[in-house]
Ligand binder design. Structure first.
Ligand code: AMP
Ligand code: MG
Length: 328
């Protein structure tokens, strides 16, 4: 039996793995340099990742628009020539003899419209984690008629085998609608199916949330955890790696309600498309704070949604109900 979206799945995996290789190179160079406050490496990394991924997607599916976070408007200005030259250097490690002009053209392939069928890309999700040397992800998803069909996540710093040591060797995650979710190592071929936890009681659940206090309401999560009787402290982690650990059963609840400082914040599609299909195909559920489906039709933001709740499925209604009393 042939699996649908086989070409899209393979291309998406190849794209995020190629970008992951590029970003690991930048992060290793970053560890050798001492200027931690310098934001240039993450700029270079963002553009480099977007360039290689857009090129790979465009070659395989030339008709498909790509909706990504960056464009080359600033980068192609003369005053940013040094940054563009660094981006070109890193891109050339996977694509030799590339020119700066081509790099900008590939980046701008990511300026496509939200359409009936489109890809959405976050070239580095969790830039703060990337700079700290913590978790970050490369997130790519294919959407058709508002439904995520294929999602691929690369998490270069995730621990693949929890027994293998502190930082781990990174992993790839992929899901195709109706065909399950899998975790692969970077060699790509030894994939194994992943499932959410079978935790039934919040008392046994591990809650995960963003490490960045500005990205969600951590105080609300604390109060909600108390109300639900969650006993363990929250696991704070950058990026869609949170979706990955939930999909493989290590956490059971992920909550993201806008922080009181940014109450009107609306989530970006590329921050949730790949992660959400991964969890759903692993048996979990993803809705907004009011229990509504995520809306991937309306534009770059999830305009019709407020906040995000991700669970192993069994806990979903309990969490949505408990959260209700905290919402404005
Ligand atoms: P995380 O690592 O889970 O905190 O998520 C990183 C993502 O948070 C980035 O890709 C941003 O798009 C997104 N982000 C930026 N500002 C905010 C905000 N005020 N509230 C929620 N998410 C944000
Ligand atoms: Mg992001």
């Amino acid at each position: 039996m042939t699996t649908p979206y086989q070409g899209e799945r393979e291309t998406a995996l190849r794209a995020v793995a190629t970008a992951s290789h590029l970003l690991t190179g930048i992060q290793n160079d970053l560890k050798r340099s001492i200027q931690k406050e310098d934001k240039t490496p993450v700029t270079v990394a963002d553009f480099g990742s977007q360039a290689v991924i857009c090129k790979i997607i465009h070659e395989a599916f030339p008709e498909d628009p790509i909706v990504a976070e960056e464009n080359s408007t600033q980068l192609s200005k003369p005053e940013h020539a040094e940054i563009l030259s660094q981006v070109t250097h890193y891109v050339s490690t996977s694509t030799p003899r590339v020119s700066p002009t081509e790099v900008c053209q590939w980046i701008d392939l990511g300026s496509g419209p939200v359409s009936r069928r489109y890809w959405t890309l976050d070239p580095i999700d969790g830039t703060k984690g990337f700079l700290r040397g913590d978790q970050y992800a490369i997130a790519l998803a294919l959407i058709e008629d508002g439904t995520v069909r294929v999602g691929a996540l690369a998490c270069p710093n995730i621990i693949l085998d929890t027994h293998a040591g502190e930082r781990g060797q990174g992993g790839l995650f992929v899901a195709v609608r109706g065909h399950g979710a899998a975790q692969l190592d970077f060699d790509g071929d030894s994939g194994n199916e992943i499932r959410v936890s079978n935790v039934n009681s919040p008392r046994e659940a591990l809650l995960t949330e963003s490490l960045e206090p500005a990205h969600s309401d951590q105080q609300l999560n604390l109060e909600l955890a108390r109300k639900l009787g969650i006993r363990r402290p929250p696991l704070r982690m950058d990026s869609q790696a949170k979706y990955a650990i939930l999909a493989r059963g290590e956490a059971s609840i992920y909550i993201r309600i806008p922080s009181p400082q940014t109450p009107d914040y609306r989530e970006k599609i590329w921050d949730h498309a790949a992660g959400s299909i991964l969890v759903e195909e692993a048996g979990g559920r993803v809705t907004d704070a009011l229990g509504r489906e995520l809306d991937f039709r309306s534009g770059k933001r999830l305009e019709k949604n407020y906040g995000i709740i991700v669970t192993n499925g069994r806990l979903h209604e309990k969490v949505v109900n408990a959260l209700g009393s905290f919402l404005p």
